[in-house]
Design a protein around this ligand. Structure first.
Ligand SMILES: Cc1cc2nc3c(=O)[nH]c(=O)nc-3n(C[C@H](O)[C@H](O)[C@H](O)COP(=O)(O)OP(=O)(O)OC[C@H]3O[C@@H](n4cnc5c(N)ncnc54)[C@H](O)[C@@H]3O)c2cc1C
Length: 851
């Protein structure tokens, strides 16, 4: 074994081998994988080997498509077959709601270059003859689904990596990790110590333990998972003989089941409700190529549904039940990337679908390590997306919830209950007493809307307008006409101070830094000139700045701040998290409320739009920003938690004579829509440039040099490829009215192929009818004169304007077209007329904010 390496990958499962292969392919020859036993000694060896492209997050779907397209190349490079069976698959819906879910997935596939198709149960039966048509209402066909040989595939990655110069050391456990002052890692193993610049935790079932070697408690937990194998079935043998091909795959949402052909019988796996964590606190190092004891009682309810939906499987004898553990993060997505606060410690773990995602994870991570950037939008997988609140017990509760609803629908207005409340502010009880419906915002309970007296404060999850619609409308109108108050603890808040603070922020941000007592809004870019943040910054004093950003991105942003923080101590960065909380008042009478609460002059002349001031409000020391995301006259008031109740109660008392109302996050988001304001992670993400994101006025090319300036200047000179725009959509009113949720395709009447739609990956199984005739795939992105040209990022109902609205991205050349017969947006399978609105519907000149 070598004593030095550029990078040591810990773990030889499918993920570690993929990371090793991609590092070697990216040009790092001096890379080494260390495996405690043989390759595939964790969850990989007993996997069912299924793969698919569909994923709720379009960015993850792209990485899955990449993974699947890689297998042929791997086979060629390594000479090792992956045992690919590309057979396609159906997702089966048993109810109208699940059919809506499939319509959404299909619509999304239109701009992802996926050739999915909606079909009837009998069409599905033609390729999966053992299903009971009467149990279903429809299905979605995905041609890029199949299964492979888990061990062969892992060895193909490993073999290809070795051919590219990488080294693999087997039967050698990593025992300890220590770091030298210069950042070098000492990877202490059973066979000696390796000095490495980088270490990658691909420990799979032991990822938590490999995290603990450096003091990390990664939010990852293994769950027991069972699938059964049947004896040979005559239906399978007959079908194979008649048509010369295998059964396709099937996912049955109702039963939380997946099933496919295995040899001449069937394989059927369950995500049972009574699920069971495995080794919830500590994974034993002694665990190896073993299986767990099957527990048929636990999966009996799922099997009952399965046997009803696929009666022939019940008749076939069960040959074997496999029970093995594999790992999940609280939201079911992997944990990938550099760990904030550590130098050159990387993770690629909690990969629950290694054969769909392993390749994409390896590519993203190797890009990140070699080029400093993952190369695409991996937010959904970023290890920084969880906060300190994602503890061992939190993870346990959330992973069980996530596992037991693996194939369940998550409605856009659905809040999941496990592990809540995790964090609360001092206003929590007051909010509940006011009939608030609470939501989870990065582990913090946050009011979403308020039920009036006599109305039950609960959400009815739906794809359509729901029971909150009328009440949100009332909150919005009262705020716009009078004044409203809301809690805003769920922002990220930082203080950047020191003699180098201004230069540091100026180097990171695209806008000029404010003068003392003033505020600016500013995006932040990476070196590739892509949007990685959007902040509000106030200059509190000469060497002290207050910074506000997206709550969910606070560890993501701290990682970036730390990376660029000068080493000479001239800049201090403090993240407040919940040690600074706030309330916001907004609406034309909000100044009258503030006036009653403070002794300072807060007239429009003395306290202008975009001013910042430290002053007492309701007798409590606060910081006040004259700014509001409602786009109205408004104030954000920040205080230590000990004062939050006092300020809130003061606001309510002072506001009573003006008819003040409580409003929640949903009303706030509705109000920002009619101002065309973007949101972070929906409209603004690392896949867009600042001009694409229509953030032009915040990009100051002539100020000092800033990170991403050259790339932004190039984007500006060449003209952005895409543009963010706002639409008004004509949606039929009534009980089934539905607004966009995000990720809907935008159609345009145009003959131009803009190439903004992802190209089809060109591989996929064919679909057949009941007679065995091949059905040609349709191009789902073209329909006569119409073609899919873009996608919705977010939207909903703008209650004050009284319009259904969406924001999204279009090819720049279409973004100026305001005609009303050129665009349509597909909502739940219905194409609705849409028109671009270049100016906000509410207060286009911004007079209310400045009044
Ligand atoms: C029953 C079952 C069915 C499944 N079906 C599918 C499926 O159909 N499709 C799909 O995509 N996925 C499936 N999975 C999930 C899939 O197995 C995982 O996504 C995948 O195995 C994750 O791989 P990994 O490399 O992250 O982890 P692992 O396979 O657990 O690999 C981790 C490796 O790290 C090594 N290691 C750990 N610590 C150390 C150390 N300190 N020193 C040296 N080496 C160390 C271990 O020995 C192990 O070999 C299934 C899982 C199970 C259990």
């Amino acid at each position: 074994m070598k004593s030095h390496a550029k990078a040591v990958v810990i773990g030889g499962g499918v993920v570690g081998c993929s990371v090793l292969f991609h590092l070697a392919k990216a040009g790092w020859k001096d890379v080494m994988l260390i495996e405690r036993s043989e390759l595939t000694s964790g969850s990989t060896w007993h996997a069912a080997g299924g793969f698919h492209t569909l994923n709720g997050d379009p960015n993850v779907a792209k990485l899955q498509a990449y993974t699947i397209s890689l297998y042929k190349e791997l086979e060629e490079l390594s000479g090792q077959p992956c045992g690919l069976h590309l057979v396609g698959g159906f997702q089966m819906a048993d109810s109208p709601e699940r059919m809506d879910f499939l319509r959404l997935a299909h619509a999304k596939g239109r701009y992802l270059g996926m050739d999915t198709e909606l079909v009837t149960p009998s069409e599905a039966k033609a390729m999966f003859p053992v299903l009971d048509e009467k149990s279903f209402v429809g299905a979605l066909w995905d041609p890029v689904e199949g299964h492979l040989d888990p061990s062969g595939t892992t060895h193909a990655y490993a073999g290809a990596a070795k051919k590219l110069g990488a080294e693999i050391v087997l039967r050698n456990r990593v025992i300890e990790l220590t770091q030298e002052a210069d950042g070098t890692w000492n990877v202490v193993t059973e066979q000696g110590t390796v000095k490495a610049e980088h270490v990658v935790n691909c420990g799979g079932l032991w990822a938590r333990e490999v995290g603990r070697m450096v003091g990390l408690e990664l939010p990852v937990l293994a769950m027991e998972h069972m699938y059964l194998l049947t004896e040979d079935m005559p239906e399978v043998i007959e079908y194979n003989k008649t048509y010369g091909r295998e059964f396709c795959h099937v996912i049955d949402f109702k039963g939380e089941i997946y099933t496919r052909q295995e040899r001449q019988g069937m394989l059927l796996g369950t995500y049972e409700k009574a699920c069971k964590p495995w080794s919830p606190v500590q994974t034993p190092w002694s665990f190896g190529h073993e299986l767990l004891q099957p527990d048929i009682d636990r999966i009996a309810p799922s099997l009952e549904v399965g046997f009803k939906h696929f009666p022939a499987i019940e008749k076939a004898g069960i040959k074997q039940i496999i029970n093995g553990p594999f790992t999940f993060a609280p939201d079911g997505n992997p944990l990938v990337g550099p760990v904030p606060g550590l130098t050159n410690y990387w993770t690629a773990c909690a990969v629950m679908a290694g054969f769909s995602q392993g390749g994409g994870v390896g590519l993203a991570l190797s890009n990140w390590m070699v080029h400093g950037d993952p190369g695409f939008d991996v937010w959904g997988m970023d290890v920084s997306r969880f906060g300190e609140w994602a503890t061992l017990r939190y993870t346990n509760a959330k992973v069980r919830e996530n596992y037991s609803r693996r194939f369940s629908i998550r409605f856009p207005n659905e809040e999941l209950p496990a592990a809540r409340p995790q964090q609360t502010t001092p206003l929590y009880d007051a909010m509940l007493a006011n009939n608030a419906v609470m939501g989870d915002s990065w582990g913090l309970e946050t009011p979403l809307w308020f039920a009036p007296a006599g109305v039950e404060p609960v959400d009815h999850p739906s794809y359509h307008r729901s029971n909150d619609f009328e009440h949100i409308g009332n909150e919005v109108r009262a705020t716009r006409e009078r004044v409203g108050v809301t809690e805003i603890a769920n922002f990220a808040k930082y203080e950047v101070s020191g003699s180098g603070a201004e230069a540091f922020l100026s180097r990171l941000m695209t806008n000029t830094m404010p003068k003392t007592g003033r505020i600016v809004l500013t995006p932040m870019l990476n070196e590739r000139g892509k949007l990685i943040g959007d902040f509000t910054i106030a200059k509190a004093a000469d060497e002290r700045f207050m910074v506000w950003g997206s709550s969910a991105a606070q560890r993501y942003h701290m990682r970036w701040f730390w990376k660029h923080q000068p080493k000479d101590g001239s800049v201090r960065i403090h993240r407040f998290d919940q040690t600074l909380v706030g309330v916001s008042i907004a609406g034309p009478l909000s100044r009258k409320v503030l006036e009653k609460l403070c002794d300072d002059d807060v007239s429009n002349e003395a306290f202008r739009f975009m001013d910042f001031r430290e002053m007492a409000v309701a007798g409590a020391p606060c910081m006040v920003n004259r700014i509001s995301y409602t786009g109205d006259l408004g104030y954000e008031i920040w205080m230590a938690p000990a004062y939050q109740r006092k300020v809130y109660e003061g606001v309510k008392q002072a506001g009573a004579e003006f008819g003040i109302v409580d409003f929640g996050m949903r009303a706030l988001l509705s109000m920002r829509l009619e101002k065309n304001f973007p949101t972070w992670f929906r409209e603004l993400r690392p896949i867009y440039g600042p001009f694409e994101g229509s953030m032009d006025r915040f990009i100051k090319m002539k100020k000092n040099d800033f990170i991403g300036r050259d790339a932004a200047a190039k984007e500006q000179a060449e003209g952005p490829r895409l543009r963010r725009v706002s639409f008004v959509i004509e949606v039929p009113e009534g009980k089934d009215a539905a607004d966009v949720m995000g990720d809907e395709p935008i159609w345009a009447r145009t003959s131009t192929d803009f190439g903004t739609v992802q190209p089809s990956h060109g591989m996929g199984a064919d679909r057949y009818d009941a007679q065995g005739n091949r059905i040609a795939a349709k191009d789902g992105a073209v329909d006569g004169d119409w073609r899919v040209v873009g996608w919705v990022t977010s939207g909903g109902y703008a209650h004050f304007a009284g319009k259904s609205m969406a924001q999204g991205y279009l090819p720049a050349s279409l973004a100026e077209d305001t005609s009303d017969d050129v665009f349509e947006i597909e909502i739940l399978g219905n194409r609705r007329k849409a028109r671009i609105i270049p100016e906000p519907l509410f207060d286009p000149a911004g007079e209310r904010m400045r009044a």
